[in-house]
Ligand binder design. Structure first.
Ligand code: SF4
Length: 230
C-alpha cells in the first residue's frame, strides 16, 4: 500500500464515535461565514509530497478549518501563521492556504496530525489519540525511507508521536524526551537517524500572545529543513 491508498482508507475511518458525531455535526451546522460552503466533515489526511524528508506533526483538524476544507491547516488562523512562515523559508509555494484547490504545494515537506478528526474544543481524549495512532504509524512507515527530520507542534503532538516513532521502528530514549520549544532529539534505529524538533503549536493562544513569534517559527523551520537536506 502507498500513501495515496492509506490516505484514501483514512478518509473513511469512523473508529471514534464522539469525533465522528462532532465532525459531522459541525459540517451540518457550519459557521455563518461559511454557510454557503460544503464542509469536508471527514478525517483529514496528511498533505504534501509522498517522498517528503521533513514531516510536521500538529494536533488535530480545526472544526471550521481543515474539517471544512479537507486539507491540513487550511482555512484557519493557525494555518495562516504556519504557511506564511513556510513560504518565508522556501517550504511552501504560496504564503496562504484557503482551500484544497488553491494550488499550494509544499517543498519536500508533509504535514500531518496524530488525530485526524476535529475534536470538540480542540481536545481529543487519550483514547481517541491512541485509536488514531495506527494511521500515524502507517504514514511514518511509508515515509521512513526518505524521512530525516520531524517538527512536532505542541506537547500533545509530542506525547502522541513518540510511541508512534517507536512502533514505526525508531528507538525512543528512556526516559522519554520532554517537550519544549527548541527541544531537539535524534532518534536512531530507523531507515536513517531522525532529527526531532519541538516547537510551540501555531494556535492563536500562542501566536496572539507572542509566546510563539513568526521569527521563532521560521528558526525551527530553517533548522529542521537543513537537517532534512532541504
Ligand atoms: Fe478514525 Fe482517527 Fe478520526 Fe478516530 S480520529 S475516527 S481513528 S481518523
Amino acid at each position: 500500500e502507498g500513501l495515496g491508498e492509506l490516505d484514501a482508507r483514512l478518509t473513511d475511518c469512523r473508529a471514534c464515535p464522539r469525533l465522528v458525531d462532532w465532525r459531522e455535526e459541525v459540517a451540518r451546522t457550519k459557521r455563518a461565514a461559511f454557510a454557503d460552503q460544503e464542509y469536508w466533515g471527514r478525517p483529514v489526511p496528511g498533505f504534501g509530497p509522498h517522498d517528503a524528508s521533513l514531516l510536521i506533526i500538529g494536533l488535530a483538524p480545526a472544526a471550521h478549518g481543515a474539517n471544512r476544507t479537507g486539507r491540513m491547516f487550511t482555512g484557519d488562523r493557525s494555518g495562516d501563521v504556519l504557511y506564511r512562515a513556510m513560504y518565508d523559508v522556501g517550504l511552501a509555494s504560496r504564503p496562504t492556504a484557503e482551500s484544497a484547490d488553491d494550488g499550494l504545494t509544499l517543498h519536500g515537506t508533509r504535514i500531518t496530525s496524530p488525530v485526524h478528526c476535529a475534536p470538540p474544543a480542540n481536545k481529543p481524549t487519550p483514547e481517541e489519540r491512541d485509536t488514531c495512532r495506527p494511521w500515524l504509524v502507517g504514514e511514518l512507515r511509508l515515509l521512513a525511507p526518505r524521512l530525516r527530520a520531524v517538527i512536532v507542534l505542541g506537547a500533545f503532538g509530542w506525547q502522541a508521536a513518540l510511541p508512534a516513532f517507536a512502533e514505526a521502528g525508531w528507538t525512543v530514549p528512556r526516559p522519554r524526551p520532554t517537550f519544549g520549544h527548541g527541544a531537539r532529539v535524534t532518534l536512531d534505529g530507523g531507515a536513517a537517524p531522525l532529527d526531532l524538533f519541538g516547537c510551540f503549536h501555531v494556535s492563536q493562544r500562542n501566536t496572539f500572545t507572542g509566546r510563539l513569534t513568526p521569527e521563532m517559527l521560521r528558526d525551527v523551520l530553517r533548522d529542521a529543513a537543513s537537517a532534512a537536506g532541504l
